[in-house]
Design a protein around this ligand. Structure first.
Ligand code: HEC
Ligand code: HEC
Length: 629
């Protein structure tokens, strides 16, 4: 082990003194302990880029598999680990030769990866399965898997390497796993509104964890009250006390609002913390305050960085800060004092098409013209096309946020089918919620009450930006369900459930028909159905008939139904279907219901077709499926 930084600490301190070891917390970017190399994951290109920091240039781009979400160096390199989220692989790469050494099959949805200082062991979070797997690096094998919570993303190794800290994406709940016993030994719950917590940072000597995330205030539908940027700071000491505090990063800056707190990094001397905001393209530079009260104190106003910053790291010698501006496809280098820009290093070519890229930029930003208030971006509720696991109190009633996978094939849009083009979300941009000036010139047909004005208005083909936003939203594909036996192959219980699903006396396939398991079609009149769910919400203004949702990917998107009253798939078929209006389920035995749910959870078990008679033209159509290692 070379060139680690050690600190003099009080003799009574129980922790192993050490600087923030970059690879000990998850990120799209990692710096070697000797500060010579950077590795960056280009999520949309399926590659990682090796950067020579000293020479200020990208050395090579290496293909690793679909949707790499995190990288971690093994020691000083040249080998590193990468999670390929869509391929269910942890990829071992030799960055010197550019070769993939191994694609290690792991549990589904590997998100974060971190390594220990000696480069012997690595740990990986698996989002949907809620697991952490431990990998022995020399033998390239998974040695154990540990249950860690629900939808886990953020991951950090404690400085003494005895504990693993894990954060849940949709709740911000932090958990500590003892690495001897392999058990969760402590939990730090946040506020019920805490959301989208994808990253964890630990203080090198004090027992503190830092979680950059947002809050989703679901009962407020307003550009300045729905989404808040937060920094939660947990005291990792066991026992009672002031265990978790949360700093509101919008008021932190006075009048200056930042959006979608994404990730943070600490300087090796633990004096500074850098927090990046993917929605407003900026970064807070703060002093770390060791008072167990204020915790952080900003230095000046936020500093503008590039488009959609998604990773930040500090050089071990504390003389450079790196920001990965994901939508510039570049790493920006800053000098910590004064944040003077030193260099910009390109990591890859923009993926897919210029329109798709433009759409992604617009979708992720809370700046004008998307919002005049700067609090809310589309991605605050639909992060990378996922849902936010929330039910919002909209003017028309309670509305569960939908994931956008398969959108191109499942128009019309919204639970009430009041939109027929993604371009109609110009109405959302100009609404109370986002308060943007919009992407289209000219007026919109005004809304009167809850009539479906959007359906009478053609919004596509009117603005390049609006069309680009539609192309981006219509290009999310499903991943196969983690519950299947193999691609195209159901487990036995799901196979029995499939027969029940298609039985005439149960009748699910009457509405959940075709390859996307929905009868949604742009043919008019739209087919809306009353399945007995319209009277459960006194604030409902548009019911009781709703558009049939796709059932693909449904295992990941609880709670269910337009109002989110069904906490589980079982609830959809039982407590929320008392009158048998939503298919006939009351005559099914318990084991039959279990089988039916097993089938629902297995969707999709094979890739759905890329084109159906209902597919819309505004989307990115890949020429050829990218190959994996
Ligand atoms: C505050 C959270 C929030 C924000 C911000 C937000 N959405 Fe949504 N989105 C929702 C909810 C809730 C629904 C379901 C509403 C309904 O169906 O009536 C939804 C539904 C959708 C749908 C329909 C999906 C389907 O299958 O029917 C699309 C498309 C969509 N949103 C795109 C966008 C775009 C584009 C933006 C930015 C301009 C955006 N959303 C901003 C919460 C949000
Ligand atoms: C008459 C048409 C119809 C039939 C028959 C039907 N569904 Fe549905 N399904 C719908 C509609 C409409 C919704 C949305 C209702 C709402 O949100 O209130 C829905 C919602 C769902 C959802 C929730 C999806 C989500 O994302 O929240 C599931 C799961 C589901 N149906 C499964 C089934 C199963 C299983 C059957 C057979 C027992 C079935 N459905 C029968 C029309 C139907």
């Amino acid at each position: 082990m070379t060139a680690r930084f050690f600190y003099l600490v009080p003799a009574l301190c129980l922790l192993v003194p050490s600087a923030v070891h970059a690879g000990s917390n998850n990120s799209l970017m990692d710096v070697t302990p000797d500060g010579k190399l950077l590795l960056v994951a280009n999520t949309d290109n399926g590659t990682v880029t090796l950067i020579d920091i000293v020479g200020r240039k990208a050395i090579r781009e290496i293909k690793v598999g679909e949707k790499p979400e995190c990288v971690a160096w093994i020691g000083n390199g040249p080998n590193a680990l990468v999670t390929a989220y869509k391929d269910n692989l942890v990829v071992f790469v030799d960055t010197q030769t550019g070769k993939v050494l191994k694609g290690l099959p792991v549990a589904p949805e590997p998100y974060a990866v971190v390594t220990d200082k000696e480069g012997k062991r690595a740990w990986v979070t698996h989002e949907y399965p809620g697991l952490v797997s431990e990998i022995d690096i020399a033998s390239q094998k998974v040695t154990r898997t540990i249950e860690a919570g629900a939808m886990v993303r953020g991951l950090a190794l404690s400085p003494d390497e005895k504990r693993m800290l894990v954060s849940e994406f949709y709740t911000g709940v932090l958990r500590a796993i003892d690495l001897d016993s392999g058990k969760v030994v402590d939990t730090w719950k946040g506020h019920s509104t805490d959301n989208l917590s994808r990253h964890l940072l630990l203080h090198p000597t004090r027992t503190k964890a830092y979680l950059a995330h947002i809050r989703s205030i679901v009962n407020v539908n307003h550009g300045a009250g729905s989404i808040f940027p937060q920094m939660s700071i947990c005291d990792l000491k066991p026992g009672e006390g002031r265990r978790r505090v949360s700093v509101a990063m919008d008021t932190f800056n006075g009048v200056y609002v930042v959006t979608n707190a994404w990730e943070s990094a600490m300087s090796p001397d633990a004096k500074r913390i850098y927090i990046i905001y993917a929605g407003t393209d900026d970064m807070n530079v703060c002093n770390v305050i060791d008072d167990d009260y204020h915790e952080i104190e900003r230095i000046n106003l936020p500093r503008q960085v590039g488009h959609n910053p998604r990773a930040v790291r500090v050089n071990p010698s504390n003389d450079e800060v790196y920001v990965y501006n994901a939508m510039d496809f570049a790493v920006a280098v800053y000098q910590p004092d004064g944040m003077r820009s030193l260099a910009t290093i390109k990591t890859c070519e923009p993926p897919k098409s210029p329109e798709w890229v433009r759409g992604k930029v617009l979708f992720n930003t809370a700046k004008a013209p998307m919002s005049a208030r700067r609090w809310v971006a589309c991605s605050s509720c639909h992060p990378d096309g996922h849902h936010d696991a929330r039910v919002w109190q909209n003017p028309e009633g309670l509305r569960k946020t939908t994931a956008l996978f398969g959108l191109a094939h499942t128009h019309p849009l919204h639970w009430s089918a009041d939109r027929d083009e993604v371009q109609d979300f110009e109405y959302t941009i100009r609404s109370q919620l986002m308060q943007g000036s919009g992407l289209m010139s000219g007026g919109l047909k005004p809304k009167r009450g809850f009539e479906k004005a959007e359906l009478e208005m053609v919004t596509s083909g009117k603005s390049k930006d609006l069309d680009a936003l539609a192309i981006y939203c219509n290009s999310f594909d499903f991943v196969l369900s983690p519950h299947i036996a193999a691609p195209g192959k159901l487990t036995q219980d799901a196979q029995r459930g499939k027969e029940i699903f298609f039985r005439k006396d149960v009748g699910c396939a009457r509405c959940h028909s075709g390859p996307y398991y929905t009868d949604s079609s742009l043919e008019k009149p739209f087919k809306l159905h009353d399945v007995g769910t319209g009277n459960d919400d006194p604030s409902e203004k548009m019911g009781p008939k709703y558009d049939t949702p796709t059932l693909l990917g449904v295992c990941r998107t609880a709670p269910y139904l337009h109002h989110g009253k069904a906490k589980s798939l079982h609830d959809v078929l039982t407590s929320c279907n008392k009158e048998d209006k939503h298919g006939k389920t009351s005559h099914l035995a318990k084991n039959e219901l279990d089988d039916l749910v097993a089938f629902l959870r297995s969707l999709p078990y094979e890739p759905p077709p890329n084109v159906t008679p209902n597919t819309v033209p505004y989307r990115f159509f890949p020429a050829k499926k990218e190959t994996s290692p």
